[in-house]
Design a protein around this ligand. Sequence first.
Ligand code: FAD
Ligand code: NDP
Length: 585
Amino acid sequence: VLASLSILFPSRLKVVDHKYGSRDEYRSWLIGTSGSGFRDTFGISKASNQTSSPFAWIESSDGGNSFVGGCDDTLAWCKDFCAPKEEGGEEKAVHVDDGHTKGHGYDYDLVVIGGGSGGMAASKEAAKFGAKVAVLDFVKPSPAGSTWGLGGTCVNVGCIPKKLMHNAALIGEILSSDTEPFGFTAPQALEKGHSWEKMREAVQNHIRGLNFNYRVTLREKEVTYLNKLGKFVDAHTLSLTDKKGKVSQITSSRFIIATGGRPSPLNCEGGELAISSDDIFSLEQNPGKTLCVGASYIALECAGFLAGIGVDTEVAVRSILLRGFDREIADKIGAHMEDHGVKFRKGVVPAKLEKNGEGKIEVTFSDGTKDVYDTVFAAIGRSADTGKLGVENINLKVNERNGKIPTKFEQTSVPNVYAIGDVMEGCPELTPVAIQAGRHLARRLFDGSTTPMDYKNICTTVFTPMEFGTVGYNEEDAKEKFGCGSYEVYHSSFNPLEWSLSEHRGKHPAFAKVIVNKDTDAVLGIHYLGPHAGEVTQGFGVAMKKGVTYNDLLDTVGIHPTSAEVLTDLTVSKSSGKSADAKGC
Ligand code: FAD
Ligand code: NDP
């Protein structure tokens, strides 16, 4: 079989077996080449661990080689190679060509601009392979004056404070309505009410600890950290400005732009009175009656935790909740939030904000209605932070609409300059995506890897009061891509066991939905609305990456009693018209 495969792909696949020499001879030849600079591209360590013939490798068009493996590896490679590529799909191997040479004479092999999720990951990974690396991280204060330490959005003004405050709300919910049936009487804690100041202090202290750890890790990994704002002078030179306005310059063979994004300002009269996610987690005091503008991840997550800790919270929804997510589930989230104390003002945007005599903010909405709030919080999307980067000095292409940088395999229009994370056009704005892309890129730049970042089937969770985890196609997208009738939806509304003693929980059951390609049995999408959605969805994300089928799910033995096990036992199809309500334990 392997011989015929090598005939089939004469220019790509070379297969060697005992006919060409003994395994040991071949292995020692492979090991022998390690000194000649082929080590990384050839995958020597894998080859030298190979214990039986055949040995197969791929010769790429530029003469490079990479080791495939033995028989099973080779068959898997061929299966993958012959598999029809998705429309617009790219070659699987990426070869870097950006003019970088060993004795380049610049100050650094790599300078990473932005020490957030992606920048930190890329700089540490590159240093691991012996590159001389510097990472710049400089926080421009928000319009309301908030500023923070090393680590970027996620750590300081994103995922971390958000999840901790979401957790505060979950604790409140348990204390207020779930303790009695389990034998505890409502503890004193509740009578005292919630202290914003205490929560804020604990969260901010935790963040400061993380900022410190990041500095230590960079030092340990021998990455130079510069708390300076970087701006391109030319394709190999950056001008750096520190906090005191002192300007210096550094040069580098390569750059990675990982400057992330910043909240888009509220674009109406008086919009500057609104705060953003850059400010909310560090507010000195409870925000009081709050209007959240926007209806996606940030607005709904923040509205959820604010209401959960007892803040009078309203959301101004321009069109729909959670655009891009499964509609049926987005509606369930809305209904649950409404019962959770969040008020929704639908089909409006703020037209004008003005301060009244009491220092509160009077908002006039687009439908002419008005209301007064202590705080207006805008979460209407984010724009890439490329404004002050000097991209014009190096003719780097930027999307004028949102400041994002178009790339091919993270390489920008300037060959030695790369972009990863939120700043890159088409990149889902999620921390693990920025981290993974940064690591892959560093390996390609400094370790001879040819593996590109895979942006498909990325799982995510929306931390609304009822959490929502999702990976793959939602129902609307499946319909558009594959056509009505080509897929089946299996679903279940169920009451997680831990909710079953609390009466109030029954009104909004948890929900699971799996979308399956009727022809191939491939799972197209997995959606889970319920407790610990992030934890539940992560493992199913692995399954999706490995091409899980509906039968694989049914064939998996569940863990009882959990909510996640529902996804291994979804038998009611939507097309059957039968009720999705689960019965029994
Ligand atoms: P960032 O983390 O934004 O880092 C960019 C860094 O570059 C910043 O520190 C910035 O100050 C610095 N910088 C900018 N310009 C310069 C310059 N010229 N010179 C030097 N430094 C510069 N994602 C999740 O996966 N899960 C979540 O639960 C989640 N929750 C979120 C909640 C909120 C409220 C927000 C706002 C975001 C959330 N995200 C979440 C998204 C996540 O935070 C981002 O996707 C992630 O931080 C992007 O990483 P990055 O490296 O691209 O950029
Ligand atoms: P999004 O871009 O996801 O959504 C913007 C929201 O604001 C939409 O509801 C949009 O409505 C609305 N909007 C846009 N412009 C206006 C306007 N002028 N007036 C009123 N409403 C407006 O932005 P987010 O800020 O919520 O989040 C940014 C990104 O951060 C997310 O896409 C996500 O990738 C990441 N993130 C991830 C989290 C997680 O993993 N849990 C949590 C938080 C953020 P419309 O639908 O009408 O356009």
